[in-house]
Design a protein around this ligand. Structure first.
Ligand code: 3HC
Length: 327
């Protein structure tokens, strides 16, 4: 018989901290879903706030490189798809910020950490989009990587995060498809269009592999995240899945993988890659990427320019609450 919420709360109240943690981990091992009002170790909550807030920041900063091409899309059809995608990313940020708030932190608090530069967001959005082919690569590669990661997170132990992922993954699949269509059209186009696609692919391939996090043996979070059932696969496992899927896809597009050490290992059945340039990754993480300053300035400016909207919405909500209180 599954214990009810009330029964569990009463039982847990009588436990020591150590017993509660043991009980909590047995729930994770039993693949139970943890809901906001239920007891959780502080480390579980901290890890979720860290990971989810950075995920939400990634979604809204991710709007910037693509938004840069809305006015320059090559056709009305491409413009409509790109506007829809960028709008979706804003919605994804909203879902995940809402999920973060179920952990007792306000959206303002986590957002302030984005604006003051103390919170991370996916490093890949600190790269520029210098050609239309980049919009195809972001849809195909970046959103493709996000889908692999988020499909796993849709089964994670924290209910609000897993449920947010379910809806986001559906929309990401449209993002990936429209990106692949852009790349496919360029690769079947003129020599100049094919060259544009290859030049862009060369720039996005390695940074996309870094999206899955540090190598497992270097990752300070993965072991704990897996113990908590937040991550169900390691960084390297997800990265390998991405590589196996997309080396084949790139070859079908007629693109050359920018990795002279790449080979197919018959024994393991996986593509093996050369060394990932982690020094570049750490430079971008330190703020020395091509667009770090530009991205943060854009978010700070948008936040300032949006101040009047927030103030008007709060004034309206306050007035309505006062009116309802009088009724
Ligand atoms: N960009 C920025 N920071 C990164 C990073 C990356 N690609 N990879 C790792 N890091 C940071 C981690 O945040 C951690 O720093 P912190 O402890 O100060 O937060 C440090 O580097 C060590 O890395 P770990 O590998 O130990 O960190 P994680 O185990 O947390 O793995 C992660 C990093 C894979 C990003 C993981 O946090 C995760 O899966 N997050 C949820 C998904 C997510 O955030 N995706 C971002 C892209 S969203 C996107 O592209 C949507 C698209 O539609 C716009």
């Amino acid at each position: 018989m599954v214990e009810g919420h009330f029964g569990r709360t009463t039982r847990i109240r009588a436990m020591s901290e150590e017993q509660r943690t043991k009980d909590f981990l047995s729930r994770i091992d039993a693949k139970e879903t943890i809901e906001p009002k239920e007891w959780m170790p502080e480390r579980y909550r901290e890890q979720l706030v860290r990971m989810m807030s950075q995920h939400a920041h990634s979604e809204i900063v991710g709007m910037l490189p693509e938004g840069n091409w809305i006015t320059r899309a090559p056709s009305l059809r491409r413009k409509i798809a790109l506007i829809a995608k960028v709008q979706d990313e804003a919605g994804h940020g909203h879902y995940i910020y809402s999920a973060v708030e179920t952990l007792g932190v306000s959206r303002e608090e986590v957002y302030r950490k984005l604006l003051d530069g103390s919170a991370k967001y996916s490093h890949i959005f600190n790269y520029p989009t210098t050609s239309w082919a980049d919009i195809g690569m972001i849809g195909w590669l970046v959103d493709g990587a996000a889908i692999i990661n988020q499909t796993m997170l849709a089964r994670c132990s924290y209910g609000p995060y897993a449920r947010a992922m379910l809806r986001i993954c559906k929309e990401e699949n449209f993002h990936k498809k429209q990106g692949m269509e852009i790349v496919s059209r360029l690769c079947r186009g003129t020599a100049a269009q094919k060259a544009m696609a290859q030049e862009s692919f060369d720039r996005w391939w390695w940074p996309t592999l870094m999206m899955f996090g540090l190598p497992d043996e270097k990752s300070k979070n993965t072991a704990e995240l897996m113990q908590f059932g937040i991550k169900l696969r390691s960084n390297d496992e997800l990265r390998q899945r991405f590589i196996d899927m997309n080396v084949k896809q790139a070859q079908e597009f007629g693109l050359t993988i920018p990795d002279p050490d790449l080979y197919f290992d018959e024994d393991s059945g996986h593509w093996q890659i050369g060394p990932i340039p982690w020094e570049e990754f750490f430079e971008v993480l330190k703020g020395n990427g091509p667009c770090n300053r530009e991205r943060l300035d854009a978010k700070i400016r948008a936040h300032e320019e949006g101040r009047w909207v927030r103030e008007a919405a709060s004034a309206f909500a306050e007035k309505r609450a006062k009116r309802r209180a009088k009724q």
